[in-house]
Design a binder for this molecule. Structure first.
Ligand SMILES: [Zn+2]
Length: 129
């Protein structure tokens, strides 16, 4: 256990000094003093160890990972990744349903388009005016 404390008496960010208490030759306990002001803590509960003031860190990485996978699955069902998705400068269409679609639409007849390894997928982000 860390001996770093915040002293409840003098408020210092400091350390404790422990001295064993003997009854004859038998150790019966410990006295705990503040190094800064010499205050003797009467019991352990009075001592504010620095570990205790830190907020507990919950490891929820597993949980968020599951959420991410779910999100990815949703995303891949979007029309823009679909085999039937046709995009031209004016309209985005679904060649299967013969209708206008949006890139972010989710379709139950979704068929994953084969990814072409070209860099020409510039999201229609033309900055020409
Ligand atoms: Zn103190």
């Amino acid at each position: 256990m860390s001996l770093e404390i915040i002293c409840t008496e003098c408020g210092a960010d400091t350390l404790v000094r422990k001295e064993p208490v003997y009854d004859g030759f038998k150790k019966v306990g410990e006295k705990v003093f503040c190094i800064s002001c010499g205050y003797e803590f009467s019991n352990e509960n009075e001592i504010l160890y620095q570990e205790q003031k830190k907020p507990a860190i919950f490891n929820d990485s597993d949980k968020s990972k599951k959420l991410d996978i779910f999100k990815d699955e949703e995303r891949t069902r979007n029309c823009r990744h679909c085999e039937y998705y046709i995009v031209n400068p004016f309209v985005q269409r679904c060649s299967l349903h013969e209708k206008e679609v949006d890139a972010t639409d989710v379709c139950f007849d979704f068929k994953l388009k084969e990814q072409k390894t070209s860099e020409s997928e510039s999201e229609g982000d033309t900055t020409s005016e």
